[in-house]
Design a protein around this ligand. Structure first.
Ligand code: PLP
Length: 400
């Protein structure tokens, strides 16, 4: 029997990165602002904006940094309330706290998407919104944009896990005022660490560029246009410098991966849909469907345990682990950074959020990188189905 695949390994970095990295090792040219123009980071920004179809992109040290700079670039006063989904990674409320704002949490449904009734109820008193498309599950962006536009509330998209996802044919991350992506190793494009924000708003990106660490006139080394030049002139010397820049080395590792995105998206979706269909055939597991306008780009699978108690759910995770597959039940793995009750740094009590809590106690997470083969995917599906049977017994045969 083949061994369970290591789902944490990334793909090799494309060979094309090597020549550029060698050149940098020779020259020592690692800082994005040493060269007068066309530094690797600047070229990445140009290429990424082109891939996304946005006017501007700013590469930074992480998606968390991109979220923080987005909030700062919106010029929100201290203690502004920022609405975020209660199901997200701890980095998201952390970026809000870092920007001297207060996270307000809204309920998330069994399908991992923002609960629109609770979202609308909590919009009053909020001055910005971050939508985390958690694990690449897209919340209803038509409804969210309509509610926020009617109130003049800016929307930041946390698209860390949504590179390649579309909504009615539009790229996720380009629907809100600004979209943020991650290049951390567990995301679709891997540079170890890194992030990027995209926007069409010249004033917003000018502020973010300066605050990211474009001191003096280093902003002139970015790809600019007349609107952006005017915005840079407006904000010169008026903003703090947080130094969250990306290094040329990271950009050189990312750029040749951009061409790989379509393949990784297609393969990741096929892998996901194959495992999803198999798990759905088990009476103990249910995989939420995508929303009709959504075309997903998954590199992991989430499913809900059905008819299992807390003890059964723990036993399921242990049985899967014994069969070589690590399953994380979000609300049950100790200190999970995606369980809101572990965000003990929040300045305000987020309330009880029973719906999100119930979801987290049954929602399971398994990585499914695009490079996995069909036999490896079947091995994962077999192990999960068998683990549920270990705990719950054989499902009753039809007709008995
Ligand atoms: C990974 C992730 C982040 C943080 O990205 P970093 O680049 O590690 O800061 C934020 N939000 C979501 C949904 C993520 O998956």
């Amino acid at each position: 029997m083949p061994l369970p695949p290591n789902v944490y390994d990334a793909e090799p970095i494309p060979e094309a990165a090597r020549a550029e990295i060698d050149r940098m090792l020779q020259s020592g040219d690692l800082f994005r602002y040493t060269a007068p123009e066309n530094a690797p980071v600047t070229l990445l920004e140009r290429d990424f904006a082109e891939v996304m179809g946005t006017r501007y992109a700013l590469a930074v040290s992480s998606c968390s940094a991109a979220l923080f700079l987005s909030l700062k670039a919106l010029d929100l006063p201290r203690d502004t309330r920022v609405l975020i989904p209660a199901f997200t990674f701890a980095a998201v409320p952390s970026s809000v706290v870092h920007a001297d704002c207060i996270p307000v949490l809204c309920e998330v449904g069994n399908d991992y998407r923002v609960d629109l009734a609770d979202f609308e109820a909590k919009l009053d008193g909020v001055q910005a919104v971050i939508i985390s498309h958690m694990r690449g599950h897209t919340s209803d962006m038509d409804a969210i944009m309509a509610l926020c536009e009617a109130r003049g509330i800016p929307v930041i998209e946390d698209a860390a896990h949504s590179l390649g996802t579309t909504w009615n044919g539009r790229r996720i991350g380009t629907i809100g005022r600004v979209g943020c992506f991650s290049f951390q190793s567990y995301k679709l494009v891997n540079a170890g660490e890194g992030g990027i924000l995209v926007t069409d708003d010249a004033d917003l990106v000018a502020r973010a560029v300066i605050m990211s660490g474009a001191y003096e006139h280093n902003w002139s080394k970015h790809h600019t246009d007349a609107d952006l030049d005017a915005a840079f002139a407006r904000w010169q010397n008026r903003l703090p410098l947080y130094n969250l820049r990306m290094s040329n080395l990271s950009a050189a590792i990312i750029r040749p991966q951009l061409a790989e995105i379509p393949r990784r998206v297609t393969d990741g979706r096929a892998n996901h849909d194959h495992v999803a269909a198999r798990l759905d055939a088990s009476p103990w597991m249910q995989v939420p469907r995508p929303l009709p306008p959504e075309r997903r780009a998954p590199d992991s699978i989430q499913f809900n345990l059905v008819g299992l108690s807390d003890a059964d759910s723990r036993a399921f995770a242990a049985a899967a682990s014994a069969r070589g597959i690590k399953v994380q039940v979000f609300g049950m793995s100790a200190d999970n950074a995606r369980a809101f009750w572990n965000w003990r740094f929040l300045p305000e009590d987020p309330g009880d959020l029973p719906q999100t809590r119930a979801m987290l106690m049954r929602a399971c997470d398994v990585r499914l990188p695009a490079r996995l083969t069909r036999p490896e995917l079947d091995l994962i599906a077999d192990a999960l189905i068998a683990a549920a049977q270990d705990v719950m017994g054989q499902p009753r045969a039809y007709g008995t």
